[in-house]
Design a protein around this ligand. Structure first.
Ligand code: HEM
Length: 411
């Protein structure tokens, strides 16, 4: 019997997302879970773990589940919330990511204009210029690190510009961004990392307060001015919420996009036929990036809290229990994707959930796509024959946001 649920344990599965072997390649484990116990209770994580595509989509689109982890009966979620409140970028302010309607609707609507496909299309020339500059700056010794030299700086520069940070402040902004992102390991982050994160949150908040005051005096064509205009049109957005929103855009969009470019390039390097196919037919770049999102997406899972007692596939889920949807597992479900473990950059039927689903579907999806398409497309045009430098890669990040520490290539 499971202690937490009182139900018979139906499987000997032990899913430990922190096991380095599982982290380096979680897909065999995901397959076992999907086949042996698709609605799996994990005593370790104190949560239900879902691995089938249909179950994941059902939960993410069902209003009986809340995104507000404060309501969770789960030790880790409680501890993570406590640490986030003390050290994290939002303090006690709720952001759209962890709120439910009607707050979610209000918070999301205020910034959604800046992230529509049309707005992002207008940013493409600027994204291209940044990618070109980053690749121009390479040392020219026949090798470089895709992460350090391209995937990491690109999204920070783009979001900094959208938020109205001038180029001379970029280095400082990037430093703050790094130190804040490093705290997101929550309960697992070392104390000195948490402390540096807290300091950076304070400094960045001070910086943004200055930008907000400036834009109130003299609006520009940027996101912060847009938030102020929305507020002045009578839509309530407190200054704390404005700050928390700016911080959310910073933390939600950087490591994720870096990892899409990194994991994506690694997948292509390990499947040279697909790399050649893309290099020889650049018009495949859009479907290629969708396939890279599906094949090894940067966000492996997300949690919800059941608001009421309910059943998933005959298993009884109690109000307050956490249900963790493994997006990476759903995207390899053979019931939804043909040959799911094969990389096919021309895949036609590809409704992956790498950006989530339902009302919390990634706000930055169009931006992330444009950045990854530009970065990977340009890289293959300028360096048509890249090779992995070294046999092994080192995985970093967390089991939720999974990515490479470095990706050295030679050409
Ligand atoms: C490849 C890159 C990215 C991936 C894989 C990704 C993935 C996701 C996922 C899975 C969610 C849903 C989380 C949930 O349901 O709990 C999400 C939400 C979100 N993402 Fe992204 N993201 C990426 C890039 C970005 C970028 C570039 C931005 C903005 C600059 C961004 C901003 C957001 C925001 C604000 C939310 C919360 C939306 C809401 O709660 O309504 N993301 N993202």
């Amino acid at each position: 019997m499971s202690e937490a649920t009182g139900e018979p344990v139906t499987s000997t599965l032990f899913y430990n997302p922190l096991d380095p072997k599982v982290h380096a390649n979680p897909y065999p484990m995901f397959r076992r879970m999907r086949e042996e116990d698709p609605v799996h209770w994990s005593d370790l994580m104190e949560a239900w773990i879902l691995t089938r595509y249909d179950d994941v989509v059902s939960v993410l689109t069902d209003s009986r589940f809340s995104a507000n982890r404060r309501e969770a009966r789960n030790r880790f979620a409680q501890e993570a919330m406590r640490i986030e409140e003390e050290f994290g970028p939002f303090g006690r302010t709720q952001t759209m990511l962890t709120s439910d309607p009607p707050e979610h609707t209000r918070l999301r609507k205020l910034v959604s204009k800046a992230f529509t496909a049309r707005t992002v299309e207008n940013l493409r020339p600027r994204i291209q210029k940044i990618v070109d500059e980053l690749l121009d700056a390479l040392r020219g010794d026949g090798r470089f690190d895709v992460i350090q030299d391209l995937a990491y700086p690109l999204p920070v520069i783009v979001i900094a510009e959208m938020l109205g940070v001038p180029p001379e402040e970029r280095a400082r902004f990037k430093q703050w961004s790094n130190e804040i992102v490093a705290t997101l390991g929550g309960a697992f982050a070392p104390p000195e990392v948490l402390e540096r994160g807290r300091q950076s949150v304070l400094e960045l908040a001070g910086y943004f307060q200055g930008v907000i005051a400036e834009r109130r005096r003299e609006p520009k064509d940027d996101l912060v001015s847009g938030l102020i205009a929305a507020e002045e049109q009578g839509q309530v957005l407190s200054e704390d919420e404005m700050l928390a929103t700016a911080m959310l855009l910073l933390v939600a969009g950087n490591e994720t996009t870096t990892n899409l470019i990194g994991n994506g390039m690694l997948a292509l390097l390990r499947n040279p036929d697909q790399l050649e196919r893309l290099r020889d037919d650049p018009s495949l770049i859009q479907s290629a990036v969708e396939e890279l999102l599906r094949y090894d997406g940067p966000v492996q899972g997300t949690g919800r809290v059941a608001r009421e007692d309910l059943e998933i596939d005959g298993r009884h889920v109690e109000a307050g229990q956490v249900v963790f949807t493994l997006l990476g597992a759903a995207d390899h479900d053979p019931a939804r994707f043909e040959n799911p473990d094969e990389l096919d950059i021309g895949r036609k039927d590809n409704p992956h959930v790498a950006f989530g689903d339902g009302i919390h579907f990634c706000l930055g999806a169009a931006l992330a796509r444009a950045e990854a398409q530009t970065a990977i497309g340009t890289l293959l045009q300028r360096f048509p024959d890249p090779r992995l430098a070294g046999d092994e890669v080192q995985w970093g990040g967390t089991f939720i946001i999974r990515g490479l520490k470095a990706l050295p290539i030679s050409f």
